[in-house]
Design a protein around this ligand. Structure first.
Ligand SMILES: *Cc1c(COP(=O)(O)O)cnc(C)c1O
Length: 419
């Protein structure tokens, strides 16, 4: 479909923060000055080589970048088609891609002279990454987390507390991520002077979707030169695949390739128990429709009255009832394709990655891998797929054990999966 808004897919958003009809800035007047000063500071930082030099230094020495681009040879042979590469962002400090974005936002906060960082978190991963970087820089950290999630994600709550963060359980609404984000926005308005809101997803009012994307774009930029190094100068991936919660890891991988028309781009949403009208999924694009939430217009899971729906997924990190506005735009323009993968399919991919590659993946990238498993066998051996292995699975082994019927309490008796 025509892309008549920008002459390049990489130029979005426009000056009003819109990607086509998506994105924008739907915020109260009290929030507006905060958003504008953030935008101003970000515009300055973005063009400042000293800002990026500091990022590069921390990415290298604190996070462990660049993460490897790894040819999954046994997995590729097993699937019998395309050549599959994994972008190994699960090897980052804190075990996922989230820290790429958090580092950028905290450096921005420091430039703005802010001393108190607030964040929202669902499964706790973004909260842990934020608490980590705050500890490193000696900043006060307050994390809003739905009361329901606080109960479900006790290990991450403890991690955040060890790292010195204050975790505030949110009891409004259903006590999940959406409610935590609302409370964080309220806190921000109340504590204008010293507070910076570090958003974990590629959504929210402009400029958040753009700046989160820019910080995560290190993923795609690395893939570009790493693939050229391994496959020859100028060789681009044929297909990119990434899992989508709110969209940061996916947009970070995709963005540097948006204008390379030969590159197929596929985002994978959480299909939970199946994308139908039972709402037991978190596939905002495949099962939702446009609306406004958290300051931007985008595809949302909502009922007929526009009430936000809570879906279901085996993967706690994918349960955001919306999606970053840039993905909505890429979807509607046809530049990227969006599919969904069920819990069952993700569990199969999880086990295959363990068995074939010795990599225990998080359940989120297991969704991306499950889609690789679907399409790779039909593709020729010179077709290169790059999937984002955006997180490691240590956090998920208990969930997986439960679903596979493995009783953790029995391990002392020497039981194993084979018994
Ligand atoms: C948070 C998280 C996700 C969610 O994906 P987004 O990049 O937020 O869309 C996926 N994988 C892992 C490992 C995560 O921690």
């Amino acid at each position: 479909m025509a892309n008549d808004l920008f002459n390049s897919f990489m130029n979005g958003p426009d000056e009003k923060g819109r990607f086509g009809i998506f994105g924008g800035r739907f915020v109260s007047e009290t929030l507006m000055p905060l958003i504008l000063s953030l935008e101003e500071e970000y515009d300055r930082a973005k063009d400042d080589p000293t800002f990026w030099a500091e990022m590069d230094d921390l990415w290298k020495h604190y996070v462990g970048r660049p993460s490897p681009l790894y040819h999954a040879e046994r997995l590729s042979a097993h699937l019998g088609g395309a050549k599959v590469y994994m972008k190994r962002d699960e090897l980052n400090h804190t075990g996922a891609h989230k820290i790429n974005n958090v580092l950028g936002q905290i450096l921005l906060a420091r430039r703005m002279g802010k001393t108190r960082i607030i964040a929202e978190t669902g499964a706790g991963q973004h909260g842990v990454a934020t608490a980590t970087v705050c500890a490193k820089f000696g900043l006060k950290c307050v994390v809003y987390m739905g009361a329901h999630d606080v109960k479900r994600q006790a290990p991450n709550v403890f991690r955040m507390r060890l790292l010195g963060a204050e975790v505030i359980p949110v009891t409004s609404g259903r006590g999940t991520l959406k409610d935590a984000m609302n409370d964080a926005l309220r806190d921000w308005v109340t504590n204008v002077k010293d507070t910076f809101y570090c958003i974990g997803t590629a959504a929210g009012p402009h400029p958040y979707p753009a700046l989160v994307r820019d910080f995560q774009s290190i993923l795609g930029k690395e893939v570009r030169w790493q693939l050229a190094e391994q496959e020859g100068e100028g060789r681009l991936p044929d297909t990119l695949i990434a899992a989508i919660g709110g969209g940061p890891n996916a947009i970070g991988l995709f963005h540097p390739f948006l204008d390379d028309k030969s590159v197929n781009i596929i985002g994978v949403e959480a299909g939970g128990k199946g994308v139908d009208d039972r709402m037991q999924h978190f596939a905002s694009l495949t099962g939702g429709r446009p609306g406004v939430l958290h300051g931007n217009r985008t595809y949302l899971l909502q009922d007929e009255d526009g009430q936000i729906q809570e879906g279901f997924s085996i993967s706690a990190g994918l349960d955001y009832p919306g999606i970053g506005p840039e993905h909505s735009w890429l979807h509607d323009t046809g530049r990227a394709q969006y599919v969904s993968i069920t819990d069952k399919e993700a569990l199969e991919a999880f086990q295959l990655s363990c068995a074939m590659e010795g990599i225990i993946p998080a359940l989120e990238p297991s969704h991306a891998l499950a889609h690789v498993m679907k399409i790779a066998p039909e593709l020729p051996s010179d077709h290169i797929i790059v999937m984002n292995m955006c997180g490691r699975g240590d956090k998920d082994v208990f969930t997986v054990a439960k679903h596979l019927g493995f009783d953790m309490s029995d391990t002392e008796e020497g039981r194993s999966f084979e018994d």
